[in-house]
Ligand binder design. Structure first.
Ligand code: F6R
Length: 353
């Protein structure tokens, strides 16, 4: 019998907006973003910003989160993610504000952009169009134009690699840039292993999705995968249409572990997913083992995912890419269209008069 995830007709019936195809294009989208930003001559001088604030919501915030996680050990300028209408009070003329909204119409991000303009921050926007592109044109703000036609969360290669390439142009990346090629090559290798044509028997993402079905997933990421664990969480919410939770180490030792003491009936349906990094620092690695043991006594299911690659960026991108595939296959297993966002749209229509 054909496995449901190897049944192309069934997949086609639910994946009507071709989320899988878009995810399969991740490596090409990444290269395209890098090439495009290379040709930009943005009117932002390399200068000593006191901080870099990346404003965005949902799928448009995650690129900034990944940039922060990637550059954390090497970048001396604070990179802060703001997911609010209002910007932190320290934002001023010494701030570089990177405003990211794929649609260009997200009200929280537009509000933050407007505030940054008033505070005379240096600004670059990242968008495929909408009000943000018009505002940038009108105000003479540099704009990185992202190609349209995707779900914002699926445009992550454009969002992340555009941000990364701009960060490099303004001097935030330095030596870490050498990690970019390896990460894109690794994405291509992973794509071959996890794409739809790759059968269930040898497809890690299909197998994990199948194991998670029927459970509420809780994702626990190694220290460098804080943003990736959250990305798994939100991709499972949006692509699979199911609840999920996430945390990262060592923080999870101080709270999430207590969930192991919940009622057994409740925990029968909980699945702990560990995003393990091969270079976790040794104190944390030792405690992860104990955490794993405690959770395994009570949680209905436990799954370990191992980040691949050597460089920090490859490990971040590989752990993320596996999650993008898993969440899409999981949605399809539930008979859902991974691209649909009806409830998000319902909320976006809510306007305060
Ligand atoms: C939809 C998605 C959402 C959006 C968010 C903000 O695919 O991922 O989380 O990213 O609603 O919208 P944009 O990205 O257009 O600013």
């Amino acid at each position: 019998m054909v496995h449901p995830l190897d049944d192309f007709d069934l997949i086609k019936r639910f994946d009507t907006n071709e989320m899988l195809k878009v995810i399969e294009s991740f490596p090409e989208m990444s290269l395209d973003a890098l090439k495009t930003v290379e040709t930009y001559n943005l009117k932002i001088d390399k200068k000593d910003f006191r901080n870099v604030v990346i404003a965005g919501m949902g799928g448009s915030a995650i690129g900034g989160v990944l940039l922060r996680d990637w550059l954390q050990p090497t970048c001396h300028t604070p990179i802060i993610i703001s997911k609010q209408y209002k910007l932190p009070s320290y934002v001023n003329e010494n701030t570089l504000l990177l405003a990211v909204s794929y649609s260009g119409n997200t009200e929280e991000t537009l509000s933050a952009l407007n505030e940054a303009k008033i505070k005379q921050s240096s600004i670059i926007v990242f968008t495929s169009g909408g009000k943000m592109a018009s505002y940038a044109e009108h105000e003479g703000i540099p704009c990185v134009k992202l190609p349209g036609g995707f779900q914002p969360r699926a445009a992550i290669p454009y969002q992340f690699f555009s941000l990364a390439a701009i960060a490099r142009k303004i001097g935030l990346v330095d030596g870490a840039w050498s990690e970019v090629d390896e990460s894109v090559n690794l994405l291509s290798t992973l794509r071959s292993e996890m794409k739809l044509e790759s059968p269930y028997a040898s497809n890690l993402a299909k197998q994990i999705a199948f194991q998670i079905k029927g459970y509420i997933p809780f994702i626990y990421g190694s220290s460098i995968h804080e943003g990736v664990a959250y990305r798994w969480n939100t991709q499972i919410n949006e692509n699979s249409k199911i609840p999920a939770g996430s945390s990262s180490f060592p923080e999870a030792f101080h709270n999430a572990v207590m969930a192991s003491e919940a009622d057994s009936e409740l925990l029968k349906n909980a699945c702990a997913i560990f995003l393990i990094d091969p270079y976790e620092q040794k104190e944390t690695a030792a405690k992860i083992q104990v955490f794993h043991e405690i959770m395994s006594r009570r949680f209905g299911r436990l799954i370990e995912i191992h980040a691949r690659g050597n460089d920090r960026l490859s490990r971040i991108m590989s752990a993320l890419y596996i999650g993008d595939f898993v969440s899409t296959y999981l949605g399809l297993l539930y008979g859902r269209n991974p691209s649909s966002i009806d409830s998000i749209n319902e909320l976006k229509r809510t306007q305060v008069k």
